[in-house]
Ligand binder design. Sequence first.
Ligand code: ATP
Length: 363
Amino acid sequence: MATIELQKVEKKFGDLHAVKPIDLTIHNGEFVVLLGPSGCGKTTTLRMISGLEAVTGGRILLNDRDVTWAHPSERDIAFVFQFFALYSHMTVRQNIAFPLQAQGESRETIRQRVAEVARLLEIEHVLDAKPGSLSGGDRQRVALARALVRRPAAFLMDEPLGALDAEFRETMRAEIKRLHIEQHATTVYVTHDQIEAMAMGDRIVVMSDAVVQQVGTPAQVYHDPANLFVARFIGSPGMNLLRGHYAGGAVHLRADVACQVPGDWVPALNGALGGEGDVILGFRPEAATVNSAGLPASVYATDLLGGYTMLHLEIGDHEIVHARAGRETHYPIGTPVRFALDPAMVRFFDPKTEKAIVREVTA
Ligand code: ATP
């Protein structure tokens, strides 16, 4: 069990600032996902926690112990990579036992622990096989077993499912989550896949350009993104973002189209924009309902996605918004429609700072 604390941890590779100072506490038993596009600094952050990469600033604490300069082997942290190197000449049993042998455990302890972890991961039937004869999913399970058998204080996982096809990814995603629920080991998990992050994380650390953009639960980053980057990056498609001018309690999207601001937002908008000013209105596709009243648009395209329909609605000059509708919805291209926004689900951003405007929420 472990608490991991990053205090102003940063990394420079020469002139490249790969990770700008991060402050983050990962609580005991928590599953934290580092999420962001390629090159944003996720792997470097993970490698600094593991000790494989030296920090260029800040401190790392493991259970309140300063491990900033401790060797990886002194950190009691297991690292699971995307491409697992299983020893091909050894059986699965020998592969799993290997870290315990290296630690000098007794034969009886090794036998018990291998049996226990094999049961947990349901790979008992392949214990005497060689890794080369296993399916991709089983190989992944063996690699996880090898990491688990040590009972480390924490797990670091770098895109462990990246090399798997879609079906296996889902199975293994569920498996890792189930394991986490059973074992409650502190886990830091890197991915660029926001669906994976939303499905697995207790909290998500959204990164871009070497900077942490937001730390929050999946619901927080989805419903209350801290800035435009998070609003666009989370969700598939991302949040609808419409530029407008706020004045007199409404956002004017065009000369003849305005959207009334819900009453509980008015004080925050007045405060943030000094009474009036340019603003960005944000809402998720499921916040928009095609209706007989509301904002005018025309149907640009429709995606029938099985359980629901994603409508692409054109409003004004080639501006497209996405709205979720029932699966029976059929609108020919070009149909004029109106859509209304759920007042509880609208958000506002300052176009200058790109940050969310925050309102006081009274319980
Ligand atoms: P990906 O998902 O592609 O792995 P990432 O978010 O994990 O991306 P990092 O691998 O942490 O990003 O890389 C962050 C930045 O640091 C990138 O610009 C990368 O090119 C650079 N970088 C990483 N390792 C080194 C290194 N050893 N030397 C120089 N630059 C590096």
